[in-house]
Design a protein around this ligand. Structure first.
Ligand code: A3P
Length: 291
């Protein structure tokens, strides 16, 4: 299974893509200009991106529940590099929206280097502990038509990860590329585990970072809308409308827990990931919760 290939696979700098992300789109993004007030959410897949998207959107839109409950999140907060249908990528969908743009990407920072350095765009980096991220990614590989509905076992998937043959590339390389910017004034880092334990503080932190002062009652509404149960049943965010996943294999909103990795990782796998974590994440002064 270590030789598993996703349909129409191509690679760029150790990142593996299928036909829904093209070289042309990535090149276009390299010279895409961002404006004052735009927000770029950068996260490795399966680190709680959807959760953060909904949070940021609600904060920026004063928790407009009627819109949040009637327009799919992918339309309100485009996924820049992804081709959604035969004619539209996320970057093209922005033309149907007005500034400030809310944009999601799973690409490494190199693509956006110029915009990050100019500093007009506000960047939010989402991170989750690597062990839970990999388990979530394994189930995502199984359910995703675009990724070929991977039919191997967890150990097979771990081999793919070890050989660094995985869509969007290696977790640690990915974060090394983004975390170099974490102390810039236009950059904020949010941990998935903090959203579990300290959601109100995270909402307040994002509001402050984006210059949106929200009354307490609106923050409470946002918290409720962001609960796992609420998001799991909300078709605007739970991906049932995308048609690109087999939810019989695994729902997109799968478990939403910290520590599920313990049901999958062997001792050896756990030690290998811990070593990479110590080498690549801790030097940035970051510590993540694993349970
Ligand atoms: P699990 O597969 O571990 O359940 P992404 O949006 O980056 O693809 O991340 C998906 C992961 O975030 C899934 O993890 C999903 O369940 C989790 N998630 C999404 N919304 C959540 C919420 N409201 N509370 C907790 N976890 C959530």
């Amino acid at each position: 299974m270590a030789d598993y290939r996703i349909p129409s696979e191509w690679t760029k700098d150790g990142m593996v893509f299928g036909q829904n992300v093209t070289k042309e789109t990535i090149e276009r993004l390299e010279s895409f200009e961002m404006n004052e007030g735009d927000v770029l959410l950068a996260s490795y897949p399966k680190t709680g991106t959807t959760w953060l998207q909904e949070l940021i959107w609600l904060v920026c839109n004063n928790s407009k529940m009627t819109l949040a409950r009637s327009v799919p999140l992918d339309r309100r907060f485009p996924y820049l590099e992804l081709k959604l249908d035969s004619s539209h990528t996320g970057i093209e969908m922005l033309q149907m929206l007005s500034h400030p743009y809310l944009m999601k990407t799973h690409l490494r920072s190199e693509t956006f280097r110029k915009q990050i350095e100019i500093g007009k765009v506000k960047v939010i980096i989402g991170i989750r502990n690597p062990k839970d991220t990999l388990v979530s990614f394994y189930h995502f590989y199984r359910m995703s038509y675009n990724l070929g509905n991977f039919s191997g076992t967890w150990d097979d998937f771990f081999e793919l990860y070890k050989t660094k043959h995985i869509t969007y590339g290696d977790y640690f390389q990915w974060y090394s590329s983004w975390l170099q910017y974490k102390d810039k004034p236009n950059v904020m880092l949010i941990k998935y585990e903090d959203m579990h334990h300290r959601m109100t503080d995270v909402i307040k932190g994002v509001s402050k970072f984006l210059g949106k002062m929200l009354p307490e009652n609106i923050m409470d509404d946002i918290s409720l809308q962001l609960s796992f149960d609420s998001m799991r049943h909300n078709n605007m965010v739970n991906k049932t409308l995308t048609g690109t996943f087999n939810m019989q294999i695994s729902p997109f909103m799968r478990k939403g827990k910290i520590g599920d990795w313990k049901n999958y990782f062997s001792q050896e796998q756990s030690e290998a990931v811990e070593k990479s974590y110590k080498d690549a994440i801790e030097p940035f002064g970051i510590s993540l919760e694993f349970e």
